[in-house]
Design a protein around this ligand. Structure first.
Ligand SMILES: CC(C)(COP(=O)(O)OP(=O)(O)OC[C@H]1O[C@@H](n2cnc3c(N)ncnc32)[C@H](O)[C@@H]1OP(=O)(O)O)[C@@H](O)C(=O)NCCC(=O)NCCS
Length: 180
């Protein structure tokens, strides 16, 4: 995978990204908002990267000006809809780089890739109901609200969270592009 945008590059993640990934994966501001426990050490960060490489569904977001991994974006080949040709997005970013529009840029690049280069018919995305940053990114990218799944997930600390889900069909995407 290699998608070049104005400020960011989406590419395969490698073990050379370990320190950049750990820099934010250890933060309480990141994992818990996306449903995972902060990564406790550089060694575990490497193991997480190994699992991403193996699964081939989590990609690096590199800030071109700094040649640095500042986040990841995931493209899962399944969603909450139980039929084929559905994908689901996930994402997280180093808090040092929040509120610069980087994730919105990354998600838009990946949406273009998915609807132009794969056979995906419905793209889904969701966020914990209290995660306003993520909600804004999703809205800015044109996703259409589907609804709330109450008590969607039990987090690693036992908390039950509600989640809001959104989707974009290939037809929605083509309509969006016509008005861009
Ligand atoms: C969600 C996340 C990826 C956003 O990345 P980002 O690069 O900062 O996103 P952007 O800069 O493109 O957009 C952020 C938007 O949230 C808004 N925002 C930030 N804090 C907010 C708050 N407390 N309430 C409402 N909106 C808020 C910003 O103003 C901006 O919207 P705007 O352009 O309308 O002003 C990042 O916050 C993150 O990694 N969070 C932790 C992990 C996570 O939540 N992952 C998503 C799981 S679904």
């Amino acid at each position: 995978m290699r998608i070049i945008g104005k400020r960011i590059l989406i590419r395969d993640i490698t073990f050379k990204d370990d320190e950049d990934f750990y820099e934010y994966a250890k933060s309480e501001l990141v994992g818990p908002n996306a449903g995972w426990k902060p990564v406790p050490s550089l060694d575990i960060a490497r193991r997480v990267i190994a699992s991403y490489i193996l699964a081939k569904d989590v990609f690096a977001i590199e800030l071109i000006s700094e040649k640095k991994l500042i986040g990841t974006i995931s493209i899962y080949n399944y969603g909450i809809r139980k039929y084929n040709k559905v994908k689901q997005l996930g994402f997280s970013l180093n808090p040092k780089y929040w509120n610069n529009g980087y994730m919105t840029e990354a998600v838009k690049l990946v949406i273009d890739y998915i609807f132009n280069k794969t056979d995906c018919e419905v793209l889904e995305v969701g966020h914990h109901s209290d995660n306003y940053n993520s909600k804004r990114v999703i809205e800015k990218c044109g996703f259409i609200y589907d609804g709330r799944l109450c008590k969607y997930k039990k987090l690693y600390d036992g908390r039950l969270v509600d989640a809001d889900f959104y989707s974009l069909t290939k037809e929605d995407y083509e309509r969006l592009k016509r008005y861009e």
